[in-house]
Design a protein around this ligand. Structure first.
Ligand SMILES: [Fe+2]
Length: 197
């Protein structure tokens, strides 16, 4: 698997092709994922790297759902299957594609491919941690999940499966908090300023 330097180099390459706030978001997700992984005693580095690469498909430009398949294929080309699956799983915490917020800019074949991949994955802790971190990240830090979820809906509009998708995020949070034995937000002191500021 990539080390941090290789992954950061790739992120910078991608951000040069499509500069935007998604680079800071990726750094924030990576940091948060590493901290949560450490708190439940799993591989922090794997969580950090998969978090850093989750949106790497944005290298191809401003796209909607297509970024998940672009990221997956890029990571497979680079021999990074752990990152490739996260490029797909991070957008579908309840495995349903109906809750996707943003443009459905994939071909019918690509849509079917994503659906087949999701059906085949058994979500593990790394999938779930990156899904959650995507839903709590605010620039390079963390904010209250409710704020981030509402912000995404305000930017992209809503979708028929949104209730189930939001519920999945809260279920992941509850499970991780039980296993950490502490509140998720206690790991992230910047949360209050990012939420209320
Ligand atoms: Fe994404």
């Amino acid at each position: 698997m990539f080390d941090r330097q290789e992954a950061l180099k790739l992120l910078d390459w991608a951000n040069e092709l499509n500069p935007g706030p998604w680079r800071a978001h990726s750094l924030g997700v990576a940091r948060a994922a590493g901290l949560i992984a450490g708190a439940i005693g799993i591989d922090e580095e794997r969580a950090y790297i998969t978090g850093l690469m989750h949106d790497i498909g944005r290298y191809e430009g401003v796209r909607g759902m297509h970024h998940v398949i672009a990221g997956h294929d890029l990571m497979m080309d680079k021999g990074q299957p752990e990152c490739a699956r996260i490029c797909i799983t991070h957008s579908f915490p309840d495995k349903r594609m109906e809750g996707y917020l943003g443009a459905i800019d994939v071909t019918d074949d690509e849509y079917a491919r994503i659906k087949r991949s999701l059906a085949g994955y058994v979500f593990d802790d790394y999938d779930r941690i990156v899904q959650l971190c995507d839903a709590i990240s605010w620039n390079e830090g963390v904010c209250l999940m409710e704020k981030r979820l509402v912000n995404v809906v305000l930017r992209h509009g809503t979708a028929p499966g949104i209730r189930e998708k939001w519920q999945a995020y809260f279920d992941i949070k509850e499970d991780l908090e039980r296993r950490m034995g502490r509140s998720l937000y206690s790991l992230f002191p910047e949360c209050w300023e990012n939420t209320l500021g």
